[in-house]
Design a protein. Structure first.
Length: 275
């Protein structure tokens, strides 16, 4: 499902005129997000093919350049099969950094990763990551809520997403390590309006990209516009969110987050597709 599965708002025909046609549906399927900006700085830039995001270029704010890119391959069902990842932090040209092969199972996805040496290109390490999905194949849990012991302490480290309809309404990002008493605990409850998020649907079958975008803000994976973020627990702050739209549409172009620590904005660089 790489065509945007946005919410549809249908105006009802007037009851006073039997032959009056209903107003046309307003959808987000004529717009694609080409670049995401975080308070004016580009973060991710996308290249599309066949209504799928096939390349993601990641910007480095310190170097003022795109230093990473991922190439995505999908199966016949539209689900991500492979991600090939490059970077060039110390080299002139992009070099192969890692590959990810994706295995889809009932209510979980397994990511098999291989990492390569910068200069020789030899495989140097391997890793396997399991993401739990909900019944609708959306991100549900990354890592585990179990307490893991090591020689120096105990660790709890997980990210959890909860949904109401097609919107992420609870987001828990938890880290605790007893070895040096360090911890981060970001727990949020989010509320939404009725505007359309044009990015929704493009990432539903690409869990690697979904993780990347959720790190920026979990609401980027939701169908509608976030209006309020309420912190629950030790860290974080409450935020109100206002949205601006593409003129004459219900399509979100920018979200402005206002909290005690200041203001930040997430802006979509949008391109309208030909009909």
């Amino acid at each position: 499902m790489k065509c945007i599965a946005a919410a549809t708002f249908l105006a009802l025909a007037s009851c006073s005129k039997k032959d009056e046609a209903p107003a046309p549906e307003k959808t987000a399927d004529t717009y694609q997000v080409k670049t995401i900006y975080f308070t004016g700085t580009p973060v991710d830039s996308f290249i599309y093919a066949n209504n799928q995001i096939v390349e993601n270029w990641i910007y480095d704010e310190d170097d003022k350049a795109y230093r990473q890119k991922s190439l995505y391959t999908y199966g016949a069902d539209g689900r991500l099969l492979r991600s090939v990842n490059y970077q060039n932090y110390r080299q002139t040209n992009m070099y192969l950094r890692s590959t990810d092969s994706i295995g889809w199972k009932p209510e979980k996805v397994i990511i098999y990763s291989v990492f390569y040496a910068e200069l020789t290109g030899a495989a140097v390490s391997w890793d396997t990551t399991t993401l739990k999905l909900d019944a609708n194949n959306r991100l549900a849990l990354f890592n585990t809520k179990d307490t893991l012991s090591s020689g120096t302490g105990k660790t709890v480290n997980y990210t959890e997403w909860g949904y109401t309809g097609n919107n992420i309404t609870t987001f828990n990002d938890v880290y605790y390590y007893s070895g040096n008493t360090s911890s981060d605990d970001f727990r949020y409850v989010m509320e939404y309006g009725k505007l359309v998020n044009p990015l929704y649907g493009y990432v539903s079958k690409n869990p690697i990209l979904a993780l990347d975008l959720s790190d920026m803000h979990a609401s980027l994976l939701s169908q509608n516009n976030v209006t309020k973020v309420t912190a629950v627990g030790r860290n974080g702050e409450n935020q109100t969110v206002t949205s601006t739209t593409v003129t004459g549409t219900d399509i979100v172009q920018e979200n402005t987050f206002q909290g005690n620590s200041g203001v930040f904005k997430i802006t979509y660089g949008l391109v309208k597709l030909p009909k």
